[in-house]
Design a protein around this ligand. Structure first.
Ligand SMILES: NC(=O)c1ccc[n+]([C@@H]2O[C@H](COP(=O)([O-])OP(=O)(O)OC[C@H]3O[C@@H](n4cnc5c(N)ncnc54)[C@H](O)[C@@H]3O)[C@@H](O)[C@H]2O)c1
Length: 262
C-alpha cells in the first residue's frame, strides 16, 4: 500500500531528538525520503540509523540552523541524494526560562536567533531550492502555546514563537506565487528531553521544589487530561506534509490537547 508521503523528499531540522525524531520516523514509514538535520551530529546519525533499520530512507546532516551555510549544505545533500526537495520541517528549537525582570540580552538574542532566525533561514534555503525546481513545496514551522500567550518565565521563548507565527504568514503570502505553502504546528506540553531540562531549569529558578513539579503543574490544564508524547504531533505533521493539506497556507495548528483555545 502506498504511503501518504510516498517518494516525497523531506528535510527535518531538530530530527535527532524529541518531536523532530518522532515526525521523521512517522514520515519515513509513510514513504518519505529524509534528510535528518541536527546540531548534535551523533543524534542525527543515530536517528538516521534507526529509520534505516526500520526500513525507511534517510541521510544525516549535522549543523546549526542559524548558519546559512550549514542549512544550504543540508538542502544540497538531500538534493544530491534524492534529486530535489518537496517539504521542509523546521523543528529545531531551544528554551531557557528566566524570571521576567532577569531576562538578559543574551537570553533574548540566543532564543530569537535559533527559534526565529533559524526558521527564517530554513524557509529561505528550502524555498530557493523549490523555486529552482519549479515544483512548489511545503514549509512547516514549529510554533507553541507560547506563540499564542505570554508566559512570565518564557519571555524570550514566547517572542521567538510569536515570530514563528509571523514567519508562517509572511512566507505564505511571499511564496504563494511559487506554489509554496507555509504552515506550522503548535504543541503544548510534550514529554521530550527539552521539557525534562526545562523542568529542572524552572526548579533552579526557585519556582518549584521537586523534579517533575513544573511539568505536572503545566500539564494540569490540558483538556484531554494528559501531557503530550512526541508521537501525538506526528499525525498533524504527516497531514501538513501530505497532499491533504494542499489547500491550506498561513495557518498555525494547535496540537496541545486543548490548552490554548484559538
Ligand atoms: N516539548 C514541548 O513541550 C514543546 C512545546 C511546544 C513547542 N515545542 C517546540 O518543538 C520543537 C522541538 O522540541 P522538542 O521538545 O522535541 O526538543 P528536543 O530538545 O527534544 O529536540 C530539539 C532538537 O533540536 C536540536 N537543535 C537545537 N538547537 C539547534 C540548532 N541551533 N541547530 C540545529 N539543531 C538544533 C537539538 O540538538 C535537538 O536534537 C522546538 O521548536 C520546541 O520549541 C516543544
Amino acid at each position: 500500500m502506498a504511503g501518504r508521503v510516498d517518494g516525497k523528499r523531506i528535510l527535518i531540522t531538530g530530527a535527532g531528538s524529541g518531536m523532530g525524531r518522532a515526525v521523521a520516523r512517522r514520515l519515513a514509514k509513510e514513504g518519505a525520503k529524509l534528510t535528518i538535520f541536527d546540531l548534535n551530529a551523533e543524534a542525527a546519525a543515530d536517528a538516521r540509523d534507526e529509520i534505516v533499520s526500520e526500513g525507511g530512507m534517510a541521510i544525516a546532516a549535522s549543523g546549526n540552523v542559524v548558519s546559512r551555510e550549514d542549512v544550504a549544505a543540508a538542502v544540497a545533500a538531500g538534493v544530491e541524494t534524492y534529486g530535489g526537495l518537496d517539504v521542509m520541517f523546521a523543528i529545531a528549537g531551544i528554551i531557557k526560562p528566566m524570571h521576567f525582570l532577569d531576562v538578559t540580552e543574551e537570553n533574548w538574542r540566543t532564543t530569537l536567533d535559533i527559534n526565529g532566525l533559524g526558521s527564517l533561514i530554513c524557509q529561505q534555503e528550502a524555498a530557493k531550492q523549490m523555486i529552482s525546481q519549479g515544483t512548489g513545496g511545503k514549509l512547516v514551522l514549529t510554533s507553541s502555546i507560547a506563540g499564542r500567550q505570554g508566559y512570565p518565565n518564557f519571555a524570550a521563548y514566547c517572542g521567538s514563537k510569536f515570530a514563528v507565527n509571523a514567519l508562517v504568514q509572511a512566507a505564505a503570502r511571499g511564496l504563494a506565487e511559487h506554489g509554496i505553502t507555509c504552515n506550522a504546528f503548535a504543541p503544548g506540553v510534550v514529554d521530550t528531553p527539552l521539557w525534562r531540562k526545562l523542568d529542572l531549569d524552572i526548579m533552579e529558578l526557585g519556582d518549584t521544589s521537586a523534579p517533575g513539579q513544573a511539568f505536572a503543574e503545566f500539564s494540569g490544564s490540558i483538556l484531554v487530561g494528559r501531557p503530550g508524547t512526541p508521537e501525538d504531533v506526528t499525525g498533524t505533521a504527516l497531514y501538513l506534509a501530505s497532499e491533504d493539506s494542499d489547500y491550506m497556507t498561513g495557518q498555525v495548528v494547535m496540537i496541545d490537547g486543548g490548552m490554548v483555545l484559538v
